[in-house]
Ligand binder design. Structure first.
Ligand code: GLV
Ligand code: GLV
Length: 330
């Protein structure tokens, strides 16, 4: 029977599918509230080889660094790495491919949830929700005031979407349909159908997009070319009244430059779900009132996490039964 190593406890919905197949499933229960270490993953994979009962599949999560060493520890039996995330910057896909190991992700099922979280951040930072909550809890609410905690309207403003994939498109949908926003987008590819449907405008040069936006939301994958995509120079291109939203990957924003931009009024605010040195957060950010920080939970609803677990399990089954898994990374 195929044997599956799952690096962190995942929702039962995914485990059930694998158990129903009769697969042997080993869950690294020790990594419930922390990331699995590379040493730990390598040791489990190698020990199984040594005992003559090696693993056929690895179900990884985004906190796992699936390096060539981890992949090698699973060879020659390892056939598929199913990453429980839409992003897969944590997996050395090139090395996996070269060694004949398939890599899959979980796109689609989390699009709505991440777009909702993104919009929750847009509304919360503009209406100063987190700051107002802190204010209320600290017993600072002494009297209603005409100028108390004034925020910014979202309706009718301009949103810049960086990366028009599934999530970026869904965020644009909420912006246009829900709040009558104007959408500008930057992407390597222009999308005329999207432009027609949403009245959106393509801006091929990000430096020309930034000065026009009241909100900028990042939805690009983490690649060498997108690391520090938003840096000191680009903050200076933004309006002083603008807000930056990031639910993609932390290293796409230079976090030190972000702290400086917020502190010095280069931009008005930010709301971010991902951090450059996750789970560490640049200490300066935590001292600022004009930023909302959420701990990489944009896809964290019960429904969506169940679906991600089911999809990762399905990708494993398809790969091990000799079919092309639905979310094979090519
Ligand atoms: C979460 O960040 C994901 O990539 O699914
Ligand atoms: C991810 O699902 C994306 O394409 O935005």
């Amino acid at each position: 029977m195929p044997k599956i190593f799952i690096t962190r406890p995942i929702p039962e919905a995914g485990l059930k599918i694998l158990h129903d197949k009769g697969y042997e499933v080993v869950v690294n229960e020790a990594a419930l509230e922390r990331a699995a270490t590379q040493e730990e993953m390598i040791a489990v994979l190698q020990q199984a080889q040594g005992e003559g009962k090696p693993f056929d599949a690895l179900l990884s999560v985004l906190t796992d660094q699936i390096t060539v060493e981890v992949i090698d520890a699973g060879l020659p039996t390892l056939k598929v790495i199913a990453n429980y995330a839409v992003g897969f910057d944590n997996v050395d896909v090139g090395a996996a491919k070269q060694k004949g190991v398939m890599v899959t992700n979980t796109p689609g099922v989390l699009t709505d949830t991440v777009a909702e979280h993104t919009f929750a951040l847009v509304l919360s930072i503009a209406h100063r929700i987190a700051e107002a909550d802190r204010f209320s809890r600290a017993d600072k609410y002494k009297a209603w005031g005409p100028e108390l905690l004034l925020g910014t309207d979202v309706s009718g403003k301009t949103l810049g979407v960086l990366g028009l994939g599934r999530i970026g498109s869904r965020v644009a949908y909420h912006a246009v349909k829900g709040f009558g926003m104007k959408v500008l987008y930057y992407d390597p590819k222009q999308n005329p159908d999207f432009e027609k449907e949403y009245g959106a405008v393509y801006v091929s040069n990000v430096d020309e997009l930034l000065p026009q936006c009241d909100f900028v939301s990042i939805h690009v994958p983490l690649l060498d070319s997108t690391r520090h995509f938003i840096n000191e120079e680009r903050f200076k291109k933004m309006k002083p009244s603008a807000y930056l939203i990031n639910t993609s990957r932390g290293p796409i924003v230079d976090e030190k430059a972000l702290a400086a931009a917020l502190k010095n009024g280069v931009i008005r605010g930010a709301a971010i779900d991902v951090f450059e040195y996750e789970p560490e957060i640049t200490p300066e950010l935590k001292k600022l009132e004009n930023i909302i920080l959420t701990p990489h939970i944009a896809s964290a609803t019960r429904e969506t996490r169940n679906k991600m677990a089911e999809l990762a399990a399905t990708n494993i089954i398809e790969a091990l039964e000799g079919r092309t898994p639905p979310n094979l990374i090519k």
